[in-house]
Design a protein. Structure first.
Length: 359
């Protein structure tokens, strides 16, 4: 018989179901309660019930669990110091969308050699998310592969849909069923309507095909996600974090009958892909909030133990510890300095004029 299917599949490997992996790497009932509290705080900020800013801070991507834990420990200490002004969520991104080719993240290629040991990557990511949660720090992930959330979704406190996938109906359907708030980034061109349309779509009920916790192909019917929000990350036309762009975005959200809630990405096109400019973007964000812009609900920073970025080497021993292998990041000392200064600016504004009282 002539074969007519799987003609380009060279190998198939069975994957443990989400329930099987959850049994191997369980989440405690205490951590479940803690995560529910984190999600509630995130939602309170998005909906304006909590006047703090949501701060999504962490590496562009995680490739070394040991360095990630060291970073998380430092971030937890800083979070405790700044908790009156910021609710800090660690950026824990394990999947990297690519325009063409390149390393696709810890989950899809944990050995960073193209071997694609996805089961090991999922288990590594799940354990790391739980370890960070046990430190007392909430985690946020980008949702890229539509199957992966079944393995880690109960650990997340916030999530995002990236610029390259915000137009995808698959991801809009998926977001409508996620149990966490979802930020949609504007497209790589810089236009914002695709992300705003995505928020509107994800707010509605959806029906889609996925896998169950038992690994079975299933049909899911969702209630819709009312905690969607817009992430401004700039684009080919330049940055879009300035007051005029923020006001325009708010107006477009209002026209669509959506929450007027924005998060500003201090990296990517907003920093013109220069990691040292993230502090400028953050300063503008904080100034706008201090002057009464209550529509900005938070910001994102790409930060690691040490500044800069490095190429992935065939010899992993050559990799510098705590340095990004994807987008360049600011180092820890800079992270601590600018976040502390940002909190101080907000505190001073509050004392001088009570601006934060009327956000």
């Amino acid at each position: 018989m002539v074969e007519s299917q799987d003609l380009r599949i060279k190998e198939r490997l069975d994957l443990k179901s989400p329930n099987e992996i959850a049994k191997l790497i369980p989440l405690s009932s205490f951590d479940r309660e803690r995560i529910l509290s984190y999600r509630e705080q995130v939602n309170d900020i998005i909906f304006g019930r909590d006047k703090r800013l949501l701060a999504i801070v962490g590496p562009c991507s995680i490739h070394d669990p040991k360095a990630a834990i060291e970073y998380a420990t430092k971030l937890k200490d800083l979070s405790d110091k700044l908790k009156d002004r910021f609710f800090i969520v660690m950026r824990t991104y394990f999947e990297k969308p690519r325009t063409t080719i390149g390393w696709k993240g810890l989950i899809l290629d944990p050995d960073m050699d193209g071997s694609g040991n996805i089961e090991r990557g999922i288990m590594c990511a799940r354990k790391l998310l739980i370890d960070i949660t046990e430190l007392g720090l909430p985690v946020g992930c980008e949702v890229l592969d539509p199957i992966i959330p079944q393995y880690i979704d109960e650990i997340m406190s916030w999530s995002s849909i990236g610029a390259r996938t915000t137009e995808s109906q698959t991801h809009r359907n998926l977001a409508s069923g996620l149990s966490v708030a979802v930020g949609f980034k504007n497209g790589t061109s810089g236009e914002i309507m695709s992300a705003i349309n995505a928020i509107k779509s994800a707010e509605s009920e959806a029906t889609f095909i996925g896998i169950s916790k038992d690994g079975l192909a299933s049909v899911f019917k969702t209630t819709g996600n009312d905690a969607g929000h817009l992430i401004l990350r700039g684009g080919e036309s330049g940055p879009n974090y300035y007051e005029d762009e923020v006001e325009h975005a708010v107006e477009e959200l209002k026209k669509m009958g959506l929450k007027e809630a924005l998060i500003i990405d201090c990296s990517h096109a907003n920093s013109r892909k220069d990691y040292t400019r993230q502090k400028r973007v953050l300063r503008s964000v904080i100034d706008q909030v201090a002057w009464g812009c209550g529509k900005i609900k938070g910001f994102m920073l790409e930060s690691n133990l040490y500044e800069g970025a490095q190429k992935i080497s065939s010899c992993k021993e050559d990799l510098k510890y705590g340095v990004s292998v994807t987008d360049a990041c600011i180092g820890w000392s800079e992270t601590e300095r600018i976040l502390t200064n940002a909190a101080k600016i907000l505190e001073d504004a509050d004392k001088k004029g009570g601006v934060l009282e009327v956000l």
